[in-house]
Design a protein around this ligand. Structure first.
Ligand SMILES: Nc1ncnc2c1ncn2[C@@H]1O[C@H](COP(=O)(O)OP(=O)(O)OP(=O)(O)O)[C@@H](O)[C@H]1O
Ligand SMILES: [Mg+2]
Length: 320
């Protein structure tokens, strides 16, 4: 199979959505097997809608989606036995103990008891949940509950895992443990579809990424391919009281705290670095970040203050 997931002209319109608004609009996407694929986008971009359709929890309105070679409309049962999913904001059942969450999930998937016990033990130790093995889920902190869910799907034999914001609310250490679990699953040649608002996480884990906005795929590829699409692939930060006019010949200048950020082409970045050093300014130089790319393509930051204030923007009708 040359792809784990392939969407062609995928469209989703929710029944009670305002007329002409689409959660997904002509989405074309291919996800190769055996990699982590990062889906990034602002609140309401359509990430969860995509994941729910792929996990056969939601019917698409139009277009096609094949998951592990099966059609989501025609062969949902074939898909369901081969995937595992952590829905956004899901929680494990409160009245179970941590180890029971994992063990019972495996039993429900048809794993034999000896194997289920072994896998439960292994995953609890991998995610450092061993000390909480016998604790009731209702007594765990929010972060530990999310880790229990992560343990559950990683312990399964699913070929394809959907993780919808698996690390939201986790402390930095717990996030790293989830990252390690994801890397481990990749070594086992599984495919992971990951949605996240943490761009460092998306970049650290994903072999390929897609950036979606208002239901459309704006850009997809490896992080390097995304960078190569940028008009200015380098960022130079210069500290000090500099007149921005002096910087403008080198690229696009943005004021930042304590100095200026310049997006520049490679030769200009090099020139600017030399100029700054000659003038005794401190500088840092590197490739543009995923956050920069996001801002360039979408025109707004991934997480912005307008999230709380702006009303939901209507999505344009798909091109037909
Ligand atoms: N059940 C529903 N009924 C109607 N509209 C919905 C429903 N679920 C989602 N939507 C709308 O569909 C669009 C996409 O939502 P979705 O949850 O897929 O976004 P998302 O990218 O996962 O956002 P977030 O980052 O906040 O999780 C939004 O405009 C949302 O309001
Ligand atoms: Mg979501």
């Amino acid at each position: 199979m040359d792809h784990a997931l392939r969407a062609r002209g995928l469209v989703k319109r929710y029944p009670r959505a305002p007329p002409g608004t689409y959660a997904l609009s002509e989405v074309d996407l291919e996800i190769p097997p055996g990699v982590t694929f990062g889906l990034i986008g602002r609140n309401g971009a359509g990430k969860t809608t995509f994941v729910r359709i792929a996990a056969t929890q939601l019917e698409p309105t139009g277009g096609q989606l094949e998951v592990l070679g099966f059609d989501v409309r025609e062969q949902p049962r074939e898909i369901r036995t081969r995937i595992a999913c952590i829905p956004q904001e899901s929680r494990p059942l409160y009245f179970l103990r941590t180890e029971e969450v994992v063990y019972l999930y495996l039993k429900m998937r048809g794993v034999d008891p000896t194997d289920a016990r072994r896998r439960t033990r292994d995953v609890l130790s991998e995610l450092e949940l061993e000390p909480y093995r016998r604790q009731l889920v209702s007594n765990l902190s929010g972060g530990l509950r999310r880790r229990a869910l992560v343990a559950m799907v990683f312990a399964s034999d699913a070929e394809l895992l959907f993780l919808d914001e698996p690390t939201t609310g986790l402390d930095p250490l717990a996030r790293r443990q989830v990252w390690e679990a994801i890397r481990h699953a990749i070594r086992e040649h599984r495919t992971i579809v990951l949605t996240t608002h943490y761009l460092d996480e998306a970049e650290a884990l994903s072999a390929r990424l897609a950036l979606i906005d208002k239901g459309r795929v704006m850009l997809s590829g490896t992080a390097e391919e995304l960078r190569a699409r940028m008009p200015y692939p380098y960022r130079v930060t210069i500290a000090g009281p500099i007149d921005p006019e002096a910087l403008r010949p080198y690229g696009r200048v943005t004021p930042v705290e304590g100095g200026h950020l310049v997006f520049a082409r490679e030769t200009d970045a090099r020139e600017l670095a030399r100029w700054s050093l000659e003038h005794g300014y401190r500088l840092s130089l590197g490739p543009v970040s995923l956050e920069d790319i996001f801002l360039e393509i979408v025109g707004r930051p991934l997480i912005g203050i307008e999230d709380e204030e702006a009303p939901e923007e209507p999505v344009e009708a798909p091109r037909r």
